[in-house]
Design a protein around this ligand. Structure first.
Ligand code: NAD
Length: 291
């Protein structure tokens, strides 16, 4: 396939490189990041999109996606698919898809989980919203860039799945960290806490796979001085998107709201920026109740 790839940053760069390595013709564009090996550099987003079967975008936010989509949609050939893999607000995903479909294109929102490690290894999970036809066309590319692609429903369903998942993740990581800090103060050994919880009803991905306590459970960013991993500010971005979506849909999400407030303080007022999102554990350990 001929693929236009716009946004070649930490995630987009290795994703585009994997498509090129698999034998696809990839034309890339980024305002700042260099083109990875095997990808042909273009000097505009519109030029990268011309004549492509699929145009993939991997951009920082919904406002930038809207601007890039306004540029590439008129340049794309009929029947081609615009596939946005960024994490953006549900409203931006739906609006961009509607514009693309109105001009005879296919459109997918296909945010990912798996981080830079997954992008590099080609083991991302894609959560996809859009038509069955567009999904079927892009599926072979998802299979190169990732290990799993779930078709979640119509436009916006991929972003909805992503922010619901990450709202659960933010809340479970926060409560796992506060439970470890409480256990410390109760004199409970951290290893014993892990042995019990990881095999009891409090178990979760945050505890079992990504344990926030150093030296406990499998290797995680806690064992590397809380270097990300998944940075606290990226978790905050996703939590904010969840609250924006909840407002738009009139959904009550008190736990998501609390986690958003906690990560806002952690990133903006404390030392959370640039640290892994599981670094809430040393934060709780250093605090006392009400302080
Ligand atoms: P990044 O900042 O490294 O990359 C974004 C790239 O977009 C940058 O290289 C930037 O120059 C480029 N860009 C910005 N405006 C542009 C424009 N108008 N035209 C062309 N290029 C433009 O970010 P990233 O970590 O690669 O994340 C990309 C997306 O993936 C985000 O939406 C993020 O939330 C999501 N995501 C990231 C991770 C992660 O672990 N990094 C995990 C899952 C999802």
């Amino acid at each position: 396939m001929k693929i236009g790839f716009i946004g070649l940053g930490n995630m987009g760069g290795p994703m585009a490189a994997n498509l090129a390595k698999a034998g696809h013709e990839v034309i890339g564009f980024d305002l700042a990041a260099p083109c990875p090996a095997g990808v042909t550099a273009s000097d505009s987003a519109a030029k990268a999109a011309e004549g492509a079967d699929v145009v993939i975008t991997m951009l920082p936010n919904g406002a930038i996606l809207r601007a890039v989509a306004a540029e590439v949609i008129p340049a794309m050939q009929q029947g081609a698919v615009l596939c946005d893999c960024s994490t953006v607000d549900v409203a931006a995903a739906r609006d961009v898809a509607a514009e693309a479909v109105a001009t005879g294109l296919g459109a997918l929102d296909a945010p990912v989980s798996g981080g830079v490690g997954g992008a590099t290894a080609g083991t991302l999970t894609f959560m996809v919203g859009g038509s069955q036809d567009a999904f079927a066309k892009v599926l072979p590319l998802f299979e190169i860039m990732g290990q799993k692609a779930v078709h979640c429903g119509d436009a916006g369903a991929g972003q909805a799945a992503k922010i619901c998942n990450n709202m659960i993740l933010g809340v479970t990581m926060a409560v796992t960290c506060e439970a470890f800090a409480l256990a410390d103060k109760l004199g409970l050994d951290r290893q014993k806490m892990f042995d019990v919880v990881s095999t009891s009803s409090g178990y979760s991905w945050s505890m079992n796979v990504y344990c926030p306590a150093p030296g406990i459970g499998p290797q995680s960013p806690a064992d590397n001085d809380y270097k990300p991993g998944f940075a606290a500010e990226l978790m905050l971005k996703d939590l904010r998107l969840s609250q924006q979506a909840a407002e738009g849909a009139d959904a009550e999400t008190p736990m998501g709201q609390l986690a958003t407030e906690l990560y806002t303080r952690f990133v903006e007022e404390e030392d959370g920026k640039g640290r892994d999102f599981s670094a809430l554990l040393p934060r709780f350990s250093a605090k006392s109740r009400g302080a």
